[in-house]
Design a protein around this ligand. Structure first.
Ligand SMILES: *Cc1c(COP(=O)(O)O)cnc(C)c1O
Length: 366
C-alpha cells in the first residue's frame, strides 16, 4: 500500500537528533517561551525575509491574532469586511470570524484556484478593509495583482501561508513577506511540519508585532501585567526546537516536491484527468498535487485497488458547510465544481522512484 502521507517516514531521518533535542530540552527545564522559540522566530523571519516572526499555538490562531492586532491598533473595527477565497480551507474563514470581522467570500479562478479578480472587484464595499488570499496547495496567489488591488482600495493584505512555506515569487521574495502580515501553520502534514500543533506570524510591521507578542500571551506587557485582553496562543518550546532542525532542510524538501511534481506532469497522460497548472518556477512548493476528474469516485476506487491512497482537499466548500449556514444561499459555481472534481495524489519528499512509477502507471491505466 502507498499511503497518502506517512508522517513516521517523513520524520524518520530526524529520529536521533530529535531524541537528543528532547533530552537537552527536558534537562534545561524551561518549557514555555524560551530560547528555542526566540531562535526559531529569528531564523524563520530570516528565512522568509521579514523583520519579524511571532510564534503561535497553531495556524488558525496566527490568522486570528493578526486581525485582533490590527483591531487593537485601531486599523480595523468589529464588523469590517475581509475578502477571502470561497475555496479556501475553513480555518481562513474561522480566523476572520473569531476576530469579530465579516468574511466576504470571493469566487475562485479555475486554473490556479486563487481569486477570480473580476469577482474580487465586485465584492468591495465601503466596509471592506482587508484582502486575505490563501496560497492554496502551495502555489503563490498573484500577489502583484492583489497588492495593486489592495493599494487602489486602501486595504490591508494578510496572507494565509499555511500551505506555502518557502514559495518564492519571480523576484525571489518568499511567502510570508509579500503582504502586511502572514499566518503560517506547522501542523504535522505541512511542508514545514512540527510533531504537534504550531504556527507563526511574519510581518515587517513593528507596531503590529509589538501588539501581537503581548496578545498571544494574555496581553501581558510584562509578567502578570495585562495591557490588552489577550489569549493563550504561544508556540510550544519543544515544537520550536524540532522546527529549527527541520527548517534547515525545508528548501531541500521543497525541491524534492517540485521534482516529483515535474515527473508527474511529464508522465501522467490521461485525457480524463486535468493536472495542476504551474509555470515551473519556485512559486509553487506542492504542498499538495491536486488533479481533477469528472469521475472522481471511480478513479479513487481504481487507485485503491492498486494499493494507492488518495485524499480530497476539500470535499465540501465553506459555504456548503453546516457550520457556515449563513452563506448557504450564496452561489460559487467554479468553487463548487472544484470541490466536486479535485483529488490529491501522494506527493511528499519520501516517495520512492518505484512508488512514483506505480502511481503514474495506475493513473494512466484508468
Ligand atoms: C492547515 C491550514 C490552516 C490552519 O492551520 P492549523 O495549524 O491547523 O490551525 C489554515 N489555512 C490553511 C490554508 C491550512 O492549510
Amino acid at each position: 500500500m502507498i499511503p497518502f502521507l506517512d508522517l513516521q517516514a517523513v520524520n524518520a531521518s530526524y529520529k536521533e537528533v530529535f531524541a537528543k533535542t528532547f533530552t537537552s530540552f527536558q534537562e534545561k527545564g524551561w518549557y514555555i517561551l524560551g530560547d528555542e522559540v526566540r531562535l526559531f522566530e529569528k531564523e524563520f523571519a530570516a528565512y522568509c525575509g521579514t523583520k519579524y516572526c511571532v510564534g503561535t499555538a497553531n495556524g488558525l490562531d496566527a490568522l486570528r491574532i493578526i486581525l485582533e492586532g490590527y483591531k487593537i491598533l485601531g486599523r480595523l473595527t468589529e464588523g469590517d469586511e475581509v475578502l477571502v477565497a470561497s475555496n479556501t480551507y475553513i480555518a481562513t474563514i474561522l480566523g476572520i470570524k473569531q476576530a469579530g470581522l465579516v468574511p466576504v467570500l470571493v469566487e475562485a479562478e479555475s486554473q490556479t484556484y486563487n481569486f477570480d479578480f473580476d469577482d474580487l472587484e465586485n465584492r468591495v464595499t465601503a466596509r471592506t478593509k482587508v484582502v486575505m488570499p490563501t496560497h492554496l496547495y502551495g502555489q503563490l496567489a498573484d500577489m502583484e495583482g492583489i497588492n495593486a488591488f489592495a493599494k487602489a482600495n486602501e486595504l490591508l493584505v494578510v496572507t494565509d501561508c499555511a500551505q506555502a512555506h518557502g514559495a518564492k515569487d519571480k523576484n525571489g521574495n518568499r511567502a510570508g513577506s509579500l503582504a502586511d502580515a502572514a499566518g503560517f501553520s506547522f501542523y504535522p502534514t505541512k511542508n514545514l511540519g512540527a510533531l504537534g500543533d504550531a504556527g507563526a506570524i511574519t510581518s515587517n510591521d513593528t507596531a503590529l508585532v509589538e501588539v501581537i507578542k503581548k496578545y498571544r500571551n494574555y496581553g501581558f506587557q510584562e509578567r502578570y501585567i495585562a495591557e490588552y485582553e489577550g489569549i493563550n496562543s504561544r508556540l510550544d518550546e519543544l515544537q520550536a526546537a524540532f522546527l529549527r532542525i527541520k527548517l534547515r532542510d525545508l528548501d531541500n524538501a521543497n525541491n524534492k516536491r517540485r521534482a516529483i511534481a515535474s515527473y508527474y506532469l511529464e508522465k501522467i497522460k490521461n485525457d480524463k484527468l486535468s493536472l495542476p497548472s504551474w509555470d515551473g518556477s519556485e512559486n509553487h512548493v506542492f504542498h499538495l498535487f491536486v488533479i481533477r476528474t469528472k469521475e472522481r469516485a471511480k478513479l479513487r476506487t481504481h487507485l485503491e485497488a492498486q494499493g494507492i491512497a488518495t485524499a480530497i482537499h476539500y470535499p465540501v466548500p465553506p459555504h456548503k458547510q453546516n457550520a457556515l449556514a449563513q452563506y448557504a444561499h450564496q452561489s460559487f459555481p467554479i468553487t463548487e465544481r472544484i470541490h466536486d472534481e479535485v483529488m490529491s495524489i501522494p506527493l511528499n519528499p519520501v516517495l520512492s522512484d518505484t512508488q512514483l512509477e506505480q502511481i503514474t502507471t495506475a493513473l494512466n491505466s484508468f
